[in-house]
Design a binder for this molecule. Sequence first.
Ligand code: PMP
Length: 421
Amino acid sequence: MSRQTMSRTRVSDAELAGMTSLAPRSDFPLLAAQPHLHYLDSAATTQKPRVVLDAITRYYETVNANPHRGAYRLSAAATEAYHHARVRIAKFLGVADVDTLIFTRGTTESLNLVASAWGRANVKAGDRIVVTRLEHHANFVPWQALASAVGAEFVIAELHADGTIDLDAMARLVTPRTKVVAFGHVSNALGTVNPVAEIVGMAQRVGALAVCDGAQGAPHLDISVDSLGVDAYAFSGHKMLGPMGSGGLVMRRALLEQMPPYQMGGDMIAHVGDEHTTWNVLPHKFEAGTPNVEAPIGLAAACDYLTALGRGNVLAHERALAAQAMAALAEIPGVTVLGPPANRRGGVVSFTLADVHPHDLSQMLDADGVCVRAGHHCAQPLMRALNVHATTRASFYVYNDASDVEALAASVDAARRKFAG
Ligand code: PMP
């Protein structure tokens, strides 16, 4: 169903919040060029607004040079642009100590940085690492690998049937031997929003490192990383309207200063002797080599854009759409919606349709212009617990509206009839 012809009478007043998009579709060149596309895969990556593309182009056309290197004015301007982007992104994330925001390629690199650099220096044989059953592989495998490399114990906090963490059981797992508690802010597979303060409390009681995978948190929640109380917070810019390969890690200064660098090379050194090398100050100590300057430049523009949209409105908008989608899908025979109730999730709706393989379903949806994700969502440990191999996942963001929900439901229903026949 097209945006122009959608019926506005089928949606109740309570759901009005999701009727119109939060961001004008015309701000997004790809969406504007394809008016019949229903892009419902923002948990994987978001579309990019014109302001982000323009910021990157403007940087290359007017400022491009290698930052931190040359004494000439253009290089100084590139250094300034790179620094200014860090200041804006730190402000957006609620990080007061700007230099504790380390730019990386995204959440995966950030979590590997913590597991490698902090983990190898601090986790020993006999220690314990606690993760949850909800984790994306990026916040599971690095910890599992660290545990197996140093002889630590790797334990998984299990879930209630609705896909929320069993916090009592988790609290029992976080013992004085625990050195790391790694958990996601919001699940990419089920949309579950986790209670950060309670989990941080468990880690703090035993002096463990609280590591939060914010890949699905930073884009959607109006957060201040400083007030979350976590020791480390990882995020990906491409899931919040920014460019691919942008993102970062926020970590407590004292920890960053104590731990060894992650990668060695240019920019991260203070002095290189024949036998010993000393490290640069933060953030440079953790940013070896020529940085991907366009990434933070574009991401800073994305942060400004989200701020102008009203960041506090994003979750409510997505929730309204997710609630509509859950209700519409639940009416379709054979559909099972997985995960918690709408008020405990972000804009993610994972479901199965009888014994139809999610890949087949998503291909049928694609024929109707509905882009959804099908697969294990990089969460195989979770899929095992749910007893499914894969799910179909629709994920909503600022440019979606009720017509996307209607198109999704209509297309799933058409697929159901086709497979049944
Ligand atoms: N964690 C979560 C919860 C995610 O959704 C993702 C991306 N699907 C990642 C980690 C990894 O992010 P990236 O691929 O940007 O490094």
